[in-house]
Design a protein around this ligand. Structure first.
Ligand SMILES: [Zn+2]
Length: 58
């Protein structure tokens, strides 16, 4: 299966290794470095600890 590529000039996704519109090379779009799961994990832990505090368990 061909991977989806991205033209940074046109800001469009394409299957081609070279953009048909501007003829520049397309790149593989990389996911951002940070992990949203960790972020949510942090949020969950914070929510949990404040919940415990409210209930007087900490
Ligand atoms: Zn382009």
């Amino acid at each position: 299966m061909p991977s989806l590529l991205y033209c940074t000039k046109c800001k469009t996704y394409t299957m081609e290794k070279e953009c048909k519109v501007c003829k520049s090379k397309t790149i593989e779009p990389k996911p951002p470095k940070y992990s949203p799961e960790d972020k949510f994990g942090d949020y969950r832990r914070q929510a949990k600890s404040s919940e415990y505090k409210e209930k007087g368990l900490l």
